[in-house]
Design a protein around this ligand. Structure first.
Ligand SMILES: *Cc1c(COP(=O)(O)O)cnc(C)c1O
Length: 344
């Protein structure tokens, strides 16, 4: 039985086209700026995202850290969501390595930060306080797409209060495909954007940090300091180019599969799915009955990997097909017995 792994969109295997591009990549020493494939990837990403320049980073975590280090000095502060990746899931890198203090705020239900709360959290210009320098948003946020008019209001607040505006756009292409807009409609209003090639886009590694040329030059300096100068990285950038050219539009398939998975699981009595949160490639499922560890183990016996948790995050991606979704729903039905609700 084909393995189905719904734990994350980071688990994808590089496609045959990617492996071919990697094998044939023209490379050079990227620390000298001489890797033609990396240079092409950076130029292409900057163009797509509507920014002047881009730098290839090892991971999304490194991209966000480079952004923090380039926007902020020691003793500065950034505002971010309490559950945002750049605050909660990156080892406190900004504080540990940059002396940059976070000011976390709760996300709203739709994945936005309340802009009145943001405005109230900006510290007065007074030597008692850290200097609030940066506002970080996340799009998608746990699979949810931020409204375009909200992004415009965030930009206006940043301008009015002299903040830089960073987007953790690990999955921003999912947001663009969902809204049916070019990605630069979402990313151009930000001062900087990080985007992951290794999530839904299916590359084996790498992220890009985009912004003005001067900012990207500062980020490049920070990347070297962090040990991220990687020489012949064209072998990785080649896969990233395939991802950008061939794997953006197909994200719609992942969204369709997530919607189908959500509907199938929501019809099982023992499972609860918040359909309002199913906007892109993520489904959050709560167990009303049964032990999440037993459920996860039972699916595991059928070569289906899901986390042992409730709520349980399930993520569709390049290596999950429509038939796979059917198989997962059938396995869930079997596990919970006959308790399937009729469609109303
Ligand atoms: C995955 C992710 C990142 C970066 O993660 P890496 O594993 O370091 O590439 C950043 N932000 C969000 C929202 C993410 O989901």
């Amino acid at each position: 039985m084909k393995p189905i792994d719904l734990r994350s969109d980071t688990v994808t295997q590089p496609t045959a086209a990617m492996r071919r591009a990697m094998a044939e990549a023209e490379v050079g020493d990227d620390v000298y700026g001489e890797d033609p494939t990396v240079n092409r990837l950076e130029a292409r990403a900057a163009e797509m995202l509507g920014h002047e320049a881009a730098v290839f980073a090892a991971s999304g975590t490194q991209g966000n850290l480079l952004a923090l280090l380039s926007h902020c000095q020691r003793g500065d502060e950034y505002i971010a969501g309490q559950l945002s990746h750049c605050y909660r899931s990156e080892g406190g890198g900004g504080a540990a390595l940059g002396g940059i203090q976070p000011q976390p705020l709760d996300f709203q239900g739709d994945g936005t930060l309340d802009l009145d709360q943001v405005a109230a959290a900006i510290k007065p210009d007074n030597y008692h306080y850290a200097r609030t320098r940066l506002l970080c948003l996340e799009n998608t946020q746990l699979g949810k797409v931020l409204p375009l008019e909200y992004l415009a209001r965030a930009r206006a607040l940043a301008d009015a209060r002299g903040l830089a505006l960073h987007l953790d756009g690990a999955r921003v292409f999912n947001a663009a495909v969902k809204l049916g807009v070019n990605v630069d409609t979402i990313t151009a209003p930000f001062d900087s954007v990080s985007v992951c090639l290794s999530k839904g886009l299916g590359a084996p590694a790498g992220s890009l940090l985009c912004g003005p040329a001067e900012f990207v030059a500062a980020a490049r300096r920070a990347r070297k300091m962090l040990g991220g100068g990687m020489r012949q990285t064209g072998v990785l950038a080649a896969a990233g180019l395939v991802a950008l050219e061939s794997h953006v539009e197909r994200l719609a398939e992942d969204h369709d599969n997530a919607a189908r998975l959500a509907e199938g699981l929501a019809a099982v009595d023992a499972l609860e799915v918040d359909m309002s949160r199913v906007q892109t490639n993520m489904v959050f499922v709560r167990l009303r009955a049964g032990d999440p560890a037993d459920f996860s183990r039972a699916l595991g016996e059928q070569n289906i990997r899901v986390p042992a948790a409730s709520p349980m995050r399930l993520v569709t991606h390049l290596d999950v097909s429509a038939e796979d979704v059917t198989r997962v729903v059938a396995a869930a039905r079997r596990f919970f017995g006959a308790g399937v609700r009729r469609a109303s």
